[in-house]
Ligand binder design. Structure first.
Ligand SMILES: [Zn+2]
Length: 648
């Protein structure tokens, strides 16, 4: 049984054992949280049911197959892929390639297990199952059964965070969540609080502990939970949550799936998650006890998707789940998997493997002339896991404080948040980044205690270059293109800010630190000669971003946008190399995306653009140019009209 999160497999193991121990069978987890001693025992004498994760499928079951798993996999009867909706975009594409590698091995071993995929929130289950496994699936559906839940959608009417220096002081949403947390503690309820980012959750956690102490409430009833924490802490927190010793848990999507916390009274959503599916997963954590009503408290942020649902609650409740997209023909990811595939096959690819691997994967393996090196402990699969199957672009950084490891973060987050000089909130404490050590085996961020009451804002510069054009269209006088770009992002300095007054205490320039990404699939539009308005271009960029949120569900951090004034082009691009299917989908559906963007901008009562319609607030891509809402609507409408003319 393959679970996308370890927290979930621990939870499921207990329940499965409850059912199957009486039948004389047992279930065990085999993943990074399993001790080496137990692992060795399980390999020698495997139980009837093993619960694992995609990373272990890759660098244990496949990498060490010949040494440890031949007999276990030869006898495999069932393969269960739970929470299949989590395998979309970058992660999903990796999973699709990983499963094809597994199926080839099973085929060689003469095993043909039945494959089950499950999900509660997928609009295209059969299509998605086919894309993930390369096999057609039969659909078994049970009707939606939802426990009684009370929905409270709150629009706090925040002022835009960019609008005045005074509002920079504290994010008003943070204050709301802290107040809600205090009320929950006083009422002795148990809830999960889902937030938009780890940075946000850390801030809220620190502030809630402080406030709890002030009010004479026990701060130990609060906890934070996300993937970057050390294993031991995660396990302890999970136990405390299940035992009801922790009443409020601040979390990201780590606790979004499947975890069965029977006693949960409700969930708090601080901002709307990346997509509808995610929202339902988070909401699904509450009310699993069935014996009493649960509540869902949603605070809208200044963001088009938040504002849309807070004003149209029925649209949310009645809305279909998302259509999931992956791209198993991603040439970059295929290239990453080829060395592992060849190693596993002992370099003996057979014609019959084509129908399992699919044309692109098969051809790439066939055209690769390199022989896999064979030395004792070399396994190419390890490199694949280190790169990150889940889209943590780049390798991990170890966070070190007083000589001890306190957690790990992916390279992209390191670049964005733990830059040289940053004040970096992590797991309930605030640190300052002292130095970065880049070594062959291990990259480390050295942290020191931060002076209280300060925060930093980084300045980044972005450079985008077109590398390749796949398809293009002339629509009226506009050019609409699908192709590839590369991006260089430079960190050039930061401002030190006093949290209370919002005053800028210092501006520091640093020697630029670059983060480079190549082979990014992209969609872009170039303005006609007669209407080269830079501010209209900026608005057009944002209308694509906003419209795509509604039409092409994706994780918020899987894509970026950029307006380039030099060539009057608005770009929408994927943050991962080699294509994850989103840019292609946008190229096919750009006019409905843009129409949605126009509708949101037109329906917003503001005159010149705000965070509820076209100004970016939650996404990483902060606009490089000023925005003129009216000029943007005009440009976008002209483009959509031109498309309708072409279509007719
Ligand atoms: Zn507006």
């Amino acid at each position: 049984m393959v679970y996308p999160m370890n927290a979930l497999s621990v939870d499921q193991q207990e329940q499965i054992n409850g059912l199957c121990n009486p039948l004389g069978m047992r279930a065990e987890t085999y993943n990074g949280q399993t001790s080496n001693k137990l692992k060795a025992e399980l390999r020698k004498d495997p139980p009837e049911i093993l619960l694992t994760n995609p990373e272990y499928l890759n660098d244990s079951f496949l990498a060490w197959l010949d040494r440890h798993w031949t007999s276990f996999l030869s006898d495999l009867c069932f393969l269960v892929i739970d929470e299949m909706h989590l395998y979309h975009g970058y992660f999903g594409t990796n999973m699709a390639l990983l499963l094809r590698r597994l199926f080839v091995q099973l085929d060689r071993l003469g095993a043909s297990p039945k494959v089950f995929l499950s999900s509660a929130t997928c609009a295209n289950p059969q299509e998605h199952a086919l894309n993930l496994t390369g096999r057609t699936a039969k659909l078994l559906q049970i009707s939606k059964m939802r426990p009684r839940r009370h929905y409270i959608f709150v629009n706090p009417n925040n002022t835009d965070s960019h609008s005045s220096p005074k509002n920079r002081r504290r994010n008003p949403l943070e204050k709301r969540i802290v107040n809600a947390t205090m009320a929950i503690l006083q009422q002795k309820l148990q809830v999960l609080v889902f937030g938009p980012s780890k940075r946000f959750l850390d801030q809220v956690y620190i502030e809630s502990r402080r406030k709890a102490k002030q009010l004479g409430l026990d701060p130990e009833l609060l906890a934070i939970f996300y993937a970057d924490l050390p294993k031991k802490q995660k396990r302890e927190n999970q136990k405390k949550i299940k035992a009801g010793k922790v009443r409020v848990t601040f979390t990201t999507s780590s606790l979004e799936v499947g975890l069965d916390i029977g006693g949960l009274d409700g969930v708090v959503l601080a901002g709307f998650p990346s997509n509808i599916m995610s929202a339902w997963q988070q909401i699904g954590r509450a009310g699993r006890g069935w014996d009493r009503d649960a509540f869902v408290l949603f605070f809208a942020m200044n963001d088009p998707i938040d504002q849309f649902f807070v004003n149209n609650i029925n649209e949310f409740l009645d809305r279909d789940y998302d259509h999931l997209v992956i791209d198993p023909t991603n040439e970059q990811l295929i290239a990453n998997h080829v060395p592992s595939l060849k190693y596993e096959l002992g370099d003996r690819l057979q014609t019959a493997d084509r129908h399992i691997l699919g044309d692109s994967f098969y051809e790439a393996a066939r055209n690769d002339r390199r022989r896999s090196p064979r030395y004792r402990n070399y396994r190419p699969q390890k490199k694949l896991t280190n790169r990150g199957l889940r889209g943590n672009a780049g390798e991990n950084y170890v966070l070190e404080f007083e000589g001890k490891e306190i957690g790990q973060i992916p390279a992209m987050r390191r670049f964005r948040e733990a830059y040289q000089g940053a004040i970096f909130p992590f797991a309930g404490n605030k640190y300052s980044v002292e130095s970065l050590l880049l070594e062959k085996e291990k990259n480390t961020v050295q942290l020191a205690e931060a002076r209280p009451g300060r925060r930093t804002d980084a300045t980044f510069r972005n450079y985008l270059n077109v590398r390749d054009v796949f398809e293009e269209l002339e629509i009226g006088d506009f050019t609409v293109v699908r192709g590839k770009v590369s991006q260089a992002m430079g960190y050039v300095g930061y401002r030190l800010i006093d949290e209370q007054s919002g005053e800028v205490l210092d501006r520091v320039d640093v020697e630029p630190d670059y983060y480079n990404l190549d082979q990014l699939h992209a969609f872009w539009v170039t303005l006609p000669d007669d209407s080269k308005s830079v501010r209209g271009l900026g608005a057009l960029e944002q209308m694509f971003r906003v419209g795509a949120m509604f039409v092409i569900p994706t994780n918020r951090f899987d894509t970026s946008t950029w307006a380039e004034p030099k060539d009057f082009t608005a770009y929408y691009y994927e943050n991962y190399s080699g294509g994850i299917g989103i840019a292609r989908k946008l190229y096919n559906e750009w006019s409905s995306v843009l129409s949605k963007g126009i509708e949101i901008a037109q329906n917003c009562p503001c005159a010149s653009g705000c965070q509820n319609c076209i100004e970016p607030a939650k996404s990483w891509s902060s606009s490089n140019v000023n925005i003129d809402k009216a000029a943007g609507i005009q440009l976008a409408s002209r483009l959509v009209k031109a498309e309708q003319m072409v279509a007719n």
